[in-house]
Design a protein around this ligand. Structure first.
Ligand SMILES: [Zn+2]
Length: 200
C-alpha cells in the first residue's frame, strides 16, 4: 500500500479520485450507482451524496428538544407552564391562608390583653400547701402572654422568610406578576408583624 505523506494545497489527500469507493446503490436502470461514496460518520464509506436516504431525525438531547419545540408559538400552554401556574396559585393560596391565621392570632392576643387590662386585678386564690412542698406559684398572665407573643413572632418571621424565597424565585424566573403578588403578601406579613411588635 502506498503511504501518502503529503496533502494537496486544498488539504485533500492526493490520489486518483476515480479510484475512490463507489456508491453502489441500485438505480432505476438496475445498474449500481457509480457516483463516489461519501465518508461515513461511523467509519468507511457509505452511499453517494444522492443516495443516503431520508434523514433519520434528531438524536442528541438538544436536537430532540429543538424538534419538540419546533412549532412553539410562546409556550404559554405548555405542560411546564401550566404546572408552573398551578404551583404559583397553590403557594400563593397557602401563604395567604397562613397570613390570615397569623393575623387572627395577633388580633386575639390584642383582644385578650385589652380585656385583662380592663378587669380588676385578680383576687389571690386560696392555695393548698403542705409543709415539705414547694410554695405553689400563681400562673403569671403577663409571662404567658409574652411567651405566646414570642412564639407568634417566630412564626411570622418564618413566614416572611418563606415569602422572601418565593419572591426571589419568581424574580429569577422573570414572572413580574408573581413577584408583585408575593410582594403584596410580604407587605401584609410586615403589617401583622408590626401589630404584634406594638404589643411587646
Ligand atoms: Zn449513488
Amino acid at each position: 500500500m502506498k503511504v501518502r505523506t503529503y496533502k494537496l494545497r486544498n488539504g485533500n489527500l492526493p490520489g486518483d479520485p476515480s479510484k475512490s469507493p463507489r456508491c453502489g446503490a441500485k438505480t432505476r436502470s438496475g445498474a449500481p450507482c457509480r457516483a463516489p461514496a461519501m465518508k461515513s460518520k461511523f467509519g468507511g464509506y457509505s452511499r453517494c451524496r444522492m443516495h443516503g436516504g431520508a434523514s433519520t431525525g434528531p438524536r442528541t438531547p438538544e436536537g430532540l428538544e429543538r424538534s419538540r419545540r419546533a412549532n412553539w408559538k410562546h409556550g404559554l400552554y405548555s405542560a411546564e407552564a401550566i404546572a408552573g401556574q398551578r404551583e404559583f396559585r397553590d403557594s400563593l393560596a397557602i401563604v395567604n391562608s397562613q397570613l390570615n391565621e397569623l393575623a387572627l392570632e395577633v388580633r386575639l392576643l390584642v383582644h385578650q390583653r385589652k380585656r385583662r387590662q380592663k378587669l380588676p386585678p385578680p383576687i389571690p386564690k386560696i392555695i393548698a400547701w403542705s409543709p415539705g412542698q414547694p410554695w405553689p406559684t400563681e400562673p403569671d398572665p403577663a409571662a404567658s402572654f409574652r411567651a405566646e407573643a414570642l412564639t407568634l413572632a417566630g412564626r411570622i418571621e418564618e413566614q416572611l422568610h418563606v415569602i422572601q424565597g418565593l419572591i426571589t424565585r419568581a424574580r429569577n424566573e422573570g414572572f413580574v406578576n408573581r413577584v408583585a403578588a408575593f410582594t403584596d403578601a410580604r407587605t401584609r406579613c410586615l403589617t401583622v408583624q408590626a401589630r404584634l411588635y406594638g404589643l411587646l
